[in-house]
Write a protein that binds this ligand. Structure first.
Ligand SMILES: [Zn+2]
Length: 460
């Protein structure tokens, strides 16, 4: 072999090695970029929150003392627990954006259950005078209504269906930013958050585990249809970095102000609740509203019937949209502010249209009967005479500043659902309770998907 030939041979060997190395590298990048692989979905899977980096929530689902805790506001009787006083000047972004008729109609028909709100909001011909402080009645803000002469667009991060472009007709959810919020925490926290159901010697059913399982399957499916999907949590642990003990000062302050008896038990119960409910939802809302800024949030839950030792025959389904604020809730400065922000962003009309599609498909796919609140209920309002649609003021559907689809199907302690849950996820159909059935998880996922596809495939 001549020297030149030897050189070119050596060069070829180097080139081949380089190409093999490159091929490995590309494969690794593809694998890494595809975290929602079906095979990797299991209840114990503990990955970071999608798209938010590792600084959000802990990845192990347990103690994370090394990360900084979230700031806890002082107890304030005029605010919801853990809330901070709102910056009312932000409502100036909505001057001249809503007509007097729409504003009044939403307050009367959707957002409140009685006329008490008029104590806080005085409607004039051209503007509304809004009380901004429960503590100081003299503090007010004037909000001007839109008119034929002046009509501005409200500021918001989410887009309604008609504001989305269709770029790929084969992918009906193309370009839609969706956040999936698997309700509750699950895992080791299921007991503390009172979201575990144990029947006889059977394995416990934990709502936070079930919702995560549905969320992961759903993410794969929605992404395949073109949506950009993120999860508020991808592990069986809290997003909130604080723990119960971090809230004990707040709890003490609150109980002292209310003159209630403080015992180790009552203090623990209140601290626990602040940790897993108010604190947890507050942290999720921060990520959703400040980082993800989605077009809609899907809040996934499993319902439970009245407590009983035995499994119950009942099964039902309903969906909840934000509304039906009680007078004590309108009286809280932060809730009154958020309610107004939702009204001014025109969230309800889009949320109601979306929820109607979602609920109709879900009911048809699952055959579940509607859950009916008592007609005299002070916490729920029926929406549009659809038995599946209810307005309620929940922390989760209030705090995400965009349309929220809040699902409440199946009873974890219902005979049929309980058996289906214990079967776990499986492909295809199984003969169960006298019928061929898909897994309860896939039925949930497919029903949510079809509802969204039905709604978004009718785009301008
Ligand atoms: Zn729930």
């Amino acid at each position: 072999m001549s020297a030149t030939k030897q050189k070119s041979y050596a060069l070829q060997v180097v080139l081949v090695i380089f190409l093999i190395a490159l091929a490995f590298l590309v494969q690794k990048v593809i694998n890494d970029a595809n975290p929602h692989e079906m095979t990797s979905i299991s209840l114990g899977d503990k990955t970071a929150v999608a798209g938010s980096g590792n600084d959000v929530g802990n990845t192990s689902g347990k103690g994370n003392g090394s990360q900084s805790k979230a700031h806890i506001a002082e107890y304030n009787p005029y605010l919801t627990d853990l809330a901070v006083a709102p910056d009312w000047s932000r409502l100036d972004e909505y001057q001249y954006t809503i007509s007097k008729e729409d504003f009044e109609l939403e307050l009367d028909e959707v957002y409140t259950i009685d006329a008490e709100w008029r104590k806080w909001i005085e409607i004039g011909d051209e503007s509304a005078l809004i009380r901004t402080s429960a503590e100081d009645p003299s503090k007010q803000l004037e909000l001007f209504f839109a008119s034929e002469v002046k009509q501005e667009k409200p500021a918001k991060y989410w887009r309604a269906r008609d504001e989305l472009d269709v770029k790929d007709a084969t992918k009906p959810l193309f370009g839609i930013n969706i956040v999936i919020d698997p309700g509750h925490i699950g895992g080791d926290y299921a007991e503390i958050e009172e979201r575990d159901f144990v029947h006889n010697e059977l394995p416990p059913v934990k709502e936070g585990d079930l919702t995560l399982k549905v969320a992961k399957l759903l993410a794969v499916q929605l992404e395949a249809l073109g949506a950009d999907v993120k999860l508020t949590r991808e592990y069986l642990g809290p997003v909130n970095r604080n723990r119960s003990e971090d809230y004990s000062d707040f709890a003490k302050h609150k109980m002292n102000t209310q003159n209630s008896l403080i015992s180790p038990d009552s203090l623990k119960r209140m601290s626990d609740k602040l940790f897993y409910r108010a604190g947890e939802i507050k942290e999720r809302a921060k990520i959703v509203n400040n980082e993800f800024c989605p077009d809609l949030v899907l809040c996934l839950h499993f319902n439970a019937g009245a407590e009983s030792v035995d499994l119950i025959e009942e099964e039902h389904f309903h969906m909840i949209m934000n509304g039906a604020y009680m007078s004590s809730e309108v009286a809280r400065d932060d809730q009154r502010f958020t309610m107004l922000e939702r009204i001014l962003q025109r969230i309800h009309p889009e949320e109601a249209r979306l929820t109607a599609y979602a609920a109709n498909v879900f009911a048809a796919e699952t055959g579940l009967q509607p859950y009916l609140y008592e007609t005299e209920s002070k916490r729920a309002l029926n929406v549009d005479n659809n038995p599946y649609l209810w307005a309620r003021n929940l922390a989760a559907n209030r705090s995400y500043m965009c349309p929220v689809l809040f699902y409440e199907p199946y009873l974890m302690n219902g005979k049929d659902s309980h058996e289906r849950i214990l079967q776990g996820d499986y492909p295809g159909m199984r003969y169960l309770n006298g019928m061929l059935r898909p897994s309860i998880f896939r039925e949930y996922v497919d029903s949510v998907t079809k509802g969204l596809v039905n709604y978004y495939s009718i785009r301008k």
